[in-house]
Write a new protein. Structure first.
Length: 277
């Protein structure tokens, strides 16, 4: 086993292990940049390599599009991601895309159990594992925390599917993720935006809504996965205290004062087991 420090353009292969690093994303100082990547361990991870347990911290006020991945740009073979913490910068007009592990995970790659925190007042895309998971890739059990303060939060517990990529395909397995709302408008997917194939396994995810959560949306609530909605912060004791209605083919849970959560495509009655009180 070789212990290798962070190398943005390098590789981890064989049985290499990445170091545990604390890194701050650089603020672009040249001309306009269409997209900037920042990686916790290496550009590519393959074989049986392991990522370190890294902390990536976004700069505040960035006006360029940033992509920060806890481990690598690509993970393949039997590589495994570390348990990383990724913290988005505040403000700025640029979108920050924060991935717990990599942009793509394939073969038998495994994601770590990551914590991803959106920046206040920023445009945040939070992804628990990768933009695309294929083959036998397996997601970690991740925690995503939305940014506060008037920003935008788009949250995916496992894979996003952006850039023309399919979020989850083949025999990919999603983790059991926790998505925590902020006070901005949050759009949540516990698993992924686009799932193709009957062999993909989605996880048992928990969607947590704090007081003053605003008007949020859960796009893939699955009772068959035992997904749950955590409303304990509101102080409800049982399902009978909730204001639940079906509107235009979606279930809406209205907490009052402009705060709600819409479960897209859900018309079947909710039960007490769908909630955490």
């Amino acid at each position: 086993m070789a212990l290798k420090p962070n190398n943005q353009a390098g590789t981890l292969d064989h049985k290499d292990h990445g170091t545990n690093d604390t890194l701050t994303t650089p603020l672009h100082s040249g001309g306009p940049s269409p997209l900037e990547f920042f990686l916790g361990d290496a550009d590519m991870m393959s074989d049986s390599s392991r990522g370190g347990n890294d902390v990536l911290i976004g700069v505040d006020g960035a006006n360029e599009r940033k992509v920060a991945c806890g481990d690598a740009f690509m993970m393949e073979d039997s590589s495994r991601g570390g348990n990383d913490r990724i913290i988005g910068g505040t403000g700025g007009s640029g979108t920050q895309l924060l991935c717990g592990d990599a942009c793509t995970m394939s073969d038998n790659a495994r994601g770590g159990n990551d914590l991803i925190i959106g920046g206040a007042g920023a445009i945040n895309i939070l992804i628990g594992d990768a933009c695309a998971m294929s083959d036998n890739a397996r997601g970690g059990n991740d925690v995503l925390v939305a940014g506060n303060g008037g920003g935008i939060n788009i949250m995916f517990g496992d894979a996003s599917g952006f850039g023309g990529l399919v979020a989850m395909s083949g025999n990919a397995v999603g983790g059991n993720d926790t998505l925590i709302s902020g006070n901005a408008v949050d759009n949540m997917w516990g698993d992924g935006l686009m799932i193709i194939g009957p062999d993909v396994k989605t996880g048992a995810d928990t969607f947590v809504f704090l007081q003053g959560n605003n008007a949020d949306t859960v796009n893939d609530f699955r009772q068959t996965d035992h997904d749950q909605i955590d409303v304990s912060a509101y102080g409800f004791d049982d399902i009978g205290e909730l204001n639940i209605s079906v509107v235009s083919g979606n279930t809406v849970i209205d907490f009052g004062s402009g705060n709600s959560v819409t479960l897209v495509g859900i018309t079947a009655p909710l039960t007490a087991s769908d909630f955490i009180f």
